[in-house]
Design a protein around this ligand. Sequence first.
Ligand code: 8YV
Length: 315
Amino acid sequence: MSKPDILLIGPYPEWDLVELEVQYNVLKLYEAVDRDAFVSEHAADIRAIATRGELGASADLIGKLPKLELVSVYGVGYDAVNLDACRQRGINVTNTPDVLTNDVADLGVAMMLVQSRGMIGAEAWVRDGSWETQGLYPLKRRVWGRKAGVLGLGRIGFEVAKRLKGFDMDIAYSDVSAKPYAEDMTFISDPVELARRSDFLFVTLAASAATRHIVSKNVIAALGPEGMLINISRASNIDEEALLAALEGGALGSAALDVFEGEPKLNPRFLELGNVLVQPHHASGTIETRKAMGKLVRDNLAAHFAGAALPTPVL
Ligand code: 8YV
């Protein structure tokens, strides 16, 4: 029997590609010079899309693939997949939850520490000789014992909070409702109130149309000139224009960001700022986690083509 055709939207690590190519005829959209022509040429044969969290699958693309049965996302977030288009056609969607939770939480906490203690500047202070010529590095702000807010206490938010307890932080969270598994944390439903009582605000909620700009101008103002915003979710959760204005004008103390509108091309105003730590959407970027994510993508594809239950279905 011939191998099913799958459309790969963006590159996967080589180890995943090798495994995928054993089972499937992998059509690499990202290598095509003319992507529209490539899709037209193969449209009649493509039975699955393998994509990444930030790349998703648009309604336009889904509409061009009459034989599409499955969209398998390498990532927990599926906000970039047009779910309505999938629902209408009975196309299944899968993601890779759980396997990345701890690494994403680790990076969020690491960004808080690095930014609060000024470690990037301190590294440069040593390397450029400032330590020798100018003496002591400027003092920075402590982390332990301070107030943290977690916006979205799902799997990732919960792991962030668990880590923050190790720093004896006073933790509050916002979510659609109070969580039974968070009795030792303060529930504050209004994100503005959460920001007002936080020194550090972690954005950890799954993105959707409903959460767009949930970190609004008012939330940012409430966090204030001493506050830090840490985003390890999606850029769409934050009003980026309001964030830039607040960072530039000092209405917000600092930010540590792993995600950006229009990434990987980000607003150049971010690069002019000394009070922002930027990361290249890398919170799940460890070898261990990425291998587990790749395996889950393949397990979902294999289950689908075997007619078995999908391990991690979204739809
Ligand atoms: C990316 C992510 O998928 O899990 C998510 O939702 O955004 C990430 O893990 C990853 O960077 C691969 O592109």
